[in-house]
Design a protein around this ligand. Structure first.
Ligand SMILES: Cc1cc2nc3c(=O)[nH]c(=O)nc-3n(C[C@H](O)[C@H](O)[C@H](O)COP(=O)(O)O)c2cc1C
Length: 368
């Protein structure tokens, strides 16, 4: 199938493939700009950018400055780029939005909670009206709540990402029963969201979670999706910021190695998909982890669950920072992956991956 282009707000991409934002440090400017250069839409992650950019520049930078610097870097070649800003990262949310807008980001993609305040924040910034605002949801109900609220603030979503139960990172359901319910299948969620989108001017619906092959993409496009968002496949690329041990763990893992962590779980309070070989997960599970918990990005209402209840929650900030090579000697790594990570058998370049996703065969060994 010839894949269609993807039109969002006032920009267009030749391919309907969005690389999902991956924190911490997995999707930085190197990965996002490589994906956009190949005709998809690359997405930065705003998580802990102040530390990551500060370390790269060798000086202290604020969250707002870091977001602007990383967006500008990712747009050097002139292609559109998005940024993922998680609602759950309360203390840095507003500064990340403002910094991304300072850097003239093309789209802000926001989930891990309902991004109800996003249009109001964007309105405060001179670049806000030219930037596409894209919520991430896991139900038509959540999308309807967002559309109603945003309409009152004078905006409707420029697109929506609907994330199903096979995705990597945090999952948008409270219980495992809900995650595994047939009602939560990505096909069902797409149908629900298409219905809501049709009531609000037919904005594009982008599906995420467990999309792996060209055939998967073609299937969801035929079902009415305007595009797909993929995380795990881009995690295992040369351009991703994951540490070598993280990439090796992904290549080596089998489906049995992937589980949904609830206890110990993420301090953000949502189920979180992990590799059971993650050193941070294992140490917390065995009650052996002596938490440092000194970053505070995942504080909710001024409190951090991982700091207060270290036997029930792992330190997601330090674990994920470590898994992208930030102070890996200080804290064990934490690996999050999508449910289909067991299918990954090699690390590839973004260019080769994009060719494969477009239906053009690539070989790991060109002489084979
Ligand atoms: C390593 C990793 C980190 C992720 N980090 C984030 C994040 O910071 N914010 C977010 O909204 N989604 C995050 N996700 C979800 C992805 O953006 C994407 O929607 C999801 O992984 C799609 O499912 P797939 O991995 O099966 O392709 C992450 C996923 C992975 C694998």
């Amino acid at each position: 199938m010839q894949l269609p282009s993807l039109n969002i707000g006032n920009f267009s991409r030749p391919l309907p493939i969005v690389q999902g934002g991956m924190g911490v440090g997995v999707s930085l400017s190197r990965l996002a700009s490589a994906v956009s250069a190949q005709g998809g839409l690359g997405t930065l992650s705003s998580a802990a950018l102040d530390r990551l950019v500060g370390k790269a520049l060798g000086k202290k930078v604020s969250t707002r400055e870091a977001a602007a610097i990383e967006v500008e870097k990712s747009k050097e070649a002139g292609d559109p780029v998005a940024i993922n800003i998680m609602v759950a990262l309360e203390s840095t949310y507003e500064a990340s939005v403002m910094g991304a807008l300072d850097g003239r980001v093309d789209a802000i993609v926001s989930g891990a909670g309902l991004p109800l305040a996003l249009p109001a924040l964007a309105k405060e910034h001179p670049n806000g009206k030219n930037t596409a605002l894209i919520p991430i949801v896991s139900s038509g109900r959540a999308l309807r709540i967002i559309c109603k609220r945003w309409e009152k603030l004078g905006r409707i979503p420029d697109a929506v990402v609907v994330e199903g139960p096979l995705a990597g990172g945090h999952l948008g359901w409270k219980s495992l029963d809900d995650i595994f319910s047939p009602n939560s299948s990505l096909e069902n969620l797409l149908a629900e969201c298409l219905e809501v989108a049709s009531e609000y001017g037919n904005f594009p619906v982008i599906v995420a979670g467990g999309i792996y092959t060209h055939e998967d993409i073609a299937k969801f496009i035929k079902m009415g999706a305007s595009g797909v968002q993929m995380g795990t496949r881009f995690l295992a690329t040369e351009e991703s910021g994951a540490s070598d041990s993280f990439k090796k763990a992904v290549v080596d893992c089998t489906p049995e190695d992937i589980l949904i962590a609830t206890e110990p779980g993420s301090p953000c309070g949502l189920p979180f998909r992990v590799l059971n070989s993650s050193p941070m997960f294992l140490e917390t599970l065995k009650g052996m982890h002596k938490t440092i918990c000194d970053k505070g990005y995942a504080m909710l209402g001024g409190k951090c669950n991982a700091r207060d209840l270290p036997e029930k929650f792992f330190c997601i900030c330090n674990g994920l920072l470590s898994s992208c090579g930030y102070n890996p000697d200080k804290e064990p790594q934490l690996y999050t992956v999508g449910a289909l990570a067991g299918m990954i058998d090699r690390v590839t370049s973004v260019a080769d991956l994009m060719k494969e996703l477009c239906g053009q065969a690539t070989s790991p060994n060109p002489t084979a």
